[in-house]
Design a protein. Structure first.
Ligand code: SAH
Length: 340
């Protein structure tokens, strides 16, 4: 039985028409689920008994379960249990421009980036769209506030779960539903070229972020196995077509790993590589984890790296840090739970 939170409005409309009911029923259901936040069918007024019975027999209204919450002042971390017992996590961050949430897209991840905690557990399965949607609903219910921005940067590689990712994007972007604007949604990928190619042909203005983390193939291959499949020349070629096609600026994520990718020469090499590309670079201070040997670059070196990019006219920021006190680096909360 498919979960009711897995349907785009259009699909739900088609469904009601197909059973001889009115298209408008879909809007009504969306209104209950996403505006009034009612998931108990009995509380859905204005819906006839026979439709209610139909819904109960044909759809699942089940929700994932919040099992652990950790908080610090500007960050909250949530561990969820899915209906089959698998666990994923999401992170909520308070910014001056609003509230953002970082959602997971898979249970585990197959990309195997050496520095990343999430990838230590191989992919168990993709998340269904409803499981990503519900991360937002449950967190909004918890904080009793509306989330303004969504980043798909939690556990998983979104472009390795493309169809469910896009279904999720359409559901949360729907004006009659949660209505998060596409410009407030960012999808981050380690660089799966076929995914980027599909993504540039989608409607809407969803942002794209690329986890680059290295100025050249040699270093990238040491830390990201995917770089052996897609080299940087091919990646940059597709990024250029993405920018040409969408007219949108992309984000380049660059984790600062001590002694690995953070030298002055590498900053210069990166600047050359990025010259003329409509992008901005987000330098990410690495969150060290117990299980992985990499160390965080010292702040003074991060500043040097930053200055070099700046001088070469590259747009660059250093990511503000959230929640290292509550183990908010990707994958860490989950990793600390005994179910692994
Ligand atoms: N697979 C996608 C989505 C996950 S994004 C991608 O690779 O883009 C998660 C982001 O957090 C990536 O940029 C990843 O490289 C980064 N990240 C992973 N582990 C981290 C850590 N310990 N500290 C800081 N950033 C980390």
């Amino acid at each position: 039985m498919r979960n009711i939170y897995d349907f785009t409005l259009k699909e739900l409309e088609d469904y009601f028409v197909s059973i001889g009911d009115k298209k408008f029923r879909a809007t009504q259901i969306y209104d209950f689920l996403y505006k009034k936040r009612i998931s108990d069918i009995e509380q859905m007024s204005n819906i006839s008994k026979s439709i209610k019975e139909h819904l109960i027999t044909n759809f699942s209204f089940d929700k994932i379960k919040l099992i652990v919450k950790q908080e610090d002042k500007d960050v909250k971390k949530y561990l969820f249990e899915l209906l089959d017992g698998q666990r994923i996590e999401s992170v909520l961050m308070y910014h001056d421009y609003g509230i953002s949430i970082c959602v997971s897209s898979q249970v585990g991840c197959n990309m195997g980036c050496k520095f990343c905690e999430s990838g230590r557990l191989k992919k168990v399965r993709n998340l269904e769209a409803y499981e990503i949607v519900q991360q937002i609903l449950l967190i909004e219910e918890d904080i009793k506030e509306r989330i303004s921005h969504v980043v798909v940067m939690g556990i998983g590689e979104p472009f390795d779960n493309y169809d469910n990712l896009m279904r999720f994007v359409r559901i949360i972007n729907e004006g009659k539903g949660i209505a998060i604007g596409s410009r407030h949604i960012t999808v981050s990928t380690c660089g799966l070229i076929p995914g980027i190619e599909r993504f540039m042909n989608e409607e809407g203005q969803v942002n794209l972020a690329i986890s680059l983390h290295a100025p050249n193939d040699e270093i990238r291959r040491q830390i990201m196995p995917i770089a052996k499949v897609y080299d940087m020349d091919s990646l940059f070629e597709v990024l250029k077509s993405y920018i040409d096609k969408t007219n949108r600026r992309i984000t380049i994520e660059y984790i600062m790993l001590d002694g690995i990718n953070d030298s002055v020469e590498m900053a210069q090499e990166l600047a050359v590589r990025l010259k003329g590309l409509n992008c901005y670079v987000n330098l990410i201070p690495y969150n060290e984890t117990e299980n992985i040997g990499y160390k965080r670059t010292k702040s003074s070196q991060i500043m040097k790296f930053y200055d070099i990019l700046k001088k070469k006219n590259i747009n660059v920021t250093i990511r503000r840090e959230f929640g290292s006190k509550v183990d908010a680096a990707c994958g860490q909360l989950r990793a600390n739970q005994s179910s692994n």
